[in-house]
Design a binder for this molecule. Structure first.
Ligand code: NI
Length: 389
């Protein structure tokens, strides 16, 4: 059947790229994916795939093949980022407040292509394919958990997902056995001082100075508190305070992220953050509020399923299409699906000629990757359903 599938996808490749560009023009952020969701719903219903809403703007479609057999789920995340897109691509975002700067537009197009190909061949396989279009991957607590709570994995024997990946050359697959992606936590610090005139700093408690010391002091968590052989990242994402050049503000707020694989390192980083925030503020006579929010669990690919993905990749894309990669400090709420059922998550290369990294305002992807990724997703589903256990 695989040769037929290859031909189907070749014929469909223009449409897959069109779908991706349409989503790219109309990005919507976490839990606001209304247009996105309705486009996908209409598409799936047009293929006679029954669809139900799942996790607000998410969707769960189920394609029934011949009776009996197993059920495999495939997942695409559907949200964009709150970012103004830059550049001059013809399909540039029409929404000045959002952009598909992570590639989720491509994930949707790949899964739609997979659904179309499989729907025309549903009498040729035994079992069911569940299509999970998941909202809010980018924003903690994420849509995956909510989808699971609402029954997305009911009756599912295995789940697969991918992320288009700019660091990998187009058409190459990268996957890590075991821990592949980190636990992404978020923290917020509000430094409260005493505002006043910029010309009379001695009458104020300057929260800008305190915040500056904080940013520097916190660097010592990674360099002096955590074992150098254990991966950890502490980064600030925003520093906000003040209105004009000659006023010392009363308050500065900072946000940041902590990335770890190991829960003991995660606890250590949280504890040290809290201590450094409190002690630094005390030194300068300021006070602080500190909040720490634990994000997704670490994404762990089980060994057997990782081998399965590698084997299907070799058989469909070619022996040489696998690139060895290291785990990454990025987070991914697909981790929740893997806590519930067997499966695997992989990176699919689309980096040829692409200079901007994920989450950059001028991010783009090599669209030649899309049909190839569609072939891999389709094959993962068919091979899993065909495999004897
Ligand atoms: Ni992403």
């Amino acid at each position: 059947m695989i040769d037929g599938v290859k031909k189907d996808i070749e014929k469909l490749s223009g449409k897959i790229i069109e779908w991706r560009r349409d989503f790219h023009r109309h990005p919507e952020i976490a839990y606001e994916e209304k247009r996105t969701s309705s486009v996908i719903r209409q598409f799936l219903e047009g293929l006679d795939i029954p669809v139900s809403a799942c996790a607000k703007t998410g969707l769960r479609g189920i394609l029934e093949g011949r009776p009996g057999g197993k059920t495999v789920a495939l997942r695409a995340d559907i949200d964009a980022l709150p970012l103004k897109e830059e550049g001059d691509k013809e399909y540039i975002s029409e929404n000045p407040e959002a952009a598909h700067a992570c590639g989720h537009d491509g994930h949707m197009a790949i899964l739609m292509g997979t659904a179309e190909v499989l729907s025309h061949r549903k009498d040729q396989f035994k079992g069911n394919v569940v299509f999970l279009f998941q909202p809010s991957e980018e924003r903690i607590p994420g849509g995956a958990k909510k989808m699971i709570e609402e029954g997305a994995l009911k009756g599912v024997d295995a789940v697969f997902g991918l992320h288009l990946w700019q660091p990998l050359p187009t058409g190459f697959v990268g996957i890590v056995k075991g821990a592949m992606m980190a636990q992404p936590d978020a923290f917020t610090v509000t430094v409260r001082g005493k505002g006043g005139h910029g010309s009379m700093p001695h009458t104020t408690v300057d929260p800008i100075l305190v915040a500056s010391h904080l940013v520097v002091n916190i660097q010592s968590i990674v360099s002096r508190n955590v074992d150098p052989l254990k991966p950890v990242v502490v980064s600030f994402g925003t520093v906000k305070g003040g209105t004009i050049y000659n006023i010392i503000p009363g308050e500065v707020s900072l946000t940041g992220t902590v990335r770890t694989f190991d829960s003991s390192i995660q606890s250590l980083a949280e504890k040290r953050l809290k201590e450094i925030v409190e002690e630094t503020c005390k030194t300068f006579g300021a006070t602080a509020e500190f909040e720490y929010e634990k994000g997704y669990p670490s994404l762990i690919n089980p060994e057997g399923m990782t081998d399965f993905v590698l084997e299907v990749t070799r058989n469909t894309l070619g022996e040489d299409r696998i690139q060895e990669i290291d785990p990454v400090m990025g987070g991914e709420d697909f981790a929740y699906f893997l806590q519930k059922v067997p499966g695997a998550f992989l990176f699919f290369g689309m980096g040829d000629g692409m200079e901007f990294p994920h989450h950059h305002p001028a991010f783009d992807l090599d669209e030649k990757a899309l049909p190839r990724a569609t072939l891999l997703m389709t094959s993962l589903a068919l091979e899993f359903l065909a495999a004897k256990e």
